[in-house]
Ligand binder design. Structure first.
Ligand SMILES: N[C@@H](CCC(=O)N[C@@H](CS)C(=O)NCC(=O)O)C(=O)O
Length: 216
């Protein structure tokens, strides 16, 4: 087995990559990284000094692949399965990347901003930044609400990298800003994501760690 994934099951960007592996049943050796543990963290930073996961090591090609979207693209290119997560068609591919970026930058990152603020030392919080993040989430929900009124998945009928991005982002975002009655299409899309076996599996694997999630 040449693929080794460095990740943590609770971490949302790691779940995004896991969904891609599970969609195609792509085998990999799991390396669970505990960033709270000095030894585990130092070992991981030897592979990727930036210290953010997921990170894929392809030992057959001696390559280190960071960044969830880049990992998904790499799997599609070098270890393709029955389902392509980035369409072969160039027009559909850029649309998929746009939606992937949308979920990463305007749902995932503001969610992270609000959640990680809860982990800051007393007196070091950033209430203004968190308020901006919550406002951005609400704007993004409004856009998703419009977009998902007529679609099953982010790109329409085919599940794609954009849905890998959306699932964990929305899973944690709704704990920061609930969808509410005004975002019924977002809630329905999220329910479909929760029913997708690849994401359901990632959530089940995260469940033992839920107590570590900082609730507001
Ligand atoms: N752009 C990166 C973001 C990765 C990321 O933010 N990962 C989080 C976990 S969900 C992390 O490593 N956090 C630890 C830290 O920032 O120290 C990706 O798409 O993989």
């Amino acid at each position: 087995m040449s693929l080794e994934l460095y990740f943590h099951p609770l971490a949302s960007f790691c779940q995004k990559a896991l969904i891609a592996f599970y969609e195609n049943g792509t085998p990999f050796a799991p390396h669970i990284v505990d960033l709270g543990d000095a030894v585990s963290s130092a070992e991981f930073k030897k592979i990727w000094p930036i210290g953010k996961f997921p990170v894929l090591r392809d030992t057959a090609k001696d390559r280190t692949i960071p960044e969830s979207s880049i990992i998904i693209e790499y799997l599609d290119l070098h270890y393709p399965g029955r389902a392509r997560l980035v369409p072969a068609d160039a027009e559909l591919a850029w649309q998929t990347r746009l939606r992937d970026r949308f979920y990463d930058f305007y749902v995932h990152e503001p969610m992270q901003k609000a959640v990680t603020d809860r982990l800051r030392p007393a007196g070091k919080n950033d209430p203004h930044g968190v308020a901006q993040a919550r406002a951005l989430l609400t704007t993004a929900y409004g856009m998703i609400e419009q977009e998902m009124g007529s679609k099953t998945w982010a790109m329409g009928d085919a599940f794609s990298m954009a849905d890998c991005a959306a699932a964990p982002a929305l899973f944690y975002a709704k704990l920061v800003v609930p969808f509410g009655d005004t975002h019924k299409n977002v809630a329905a899309y999220f329910a479909r994501l929760m029913g997708r076996p690849s994401f359901a599996r990632a959530v089940e694997e995260a469940r033992p760690y839920f107590a570590l999630f900082p609730r507001g």
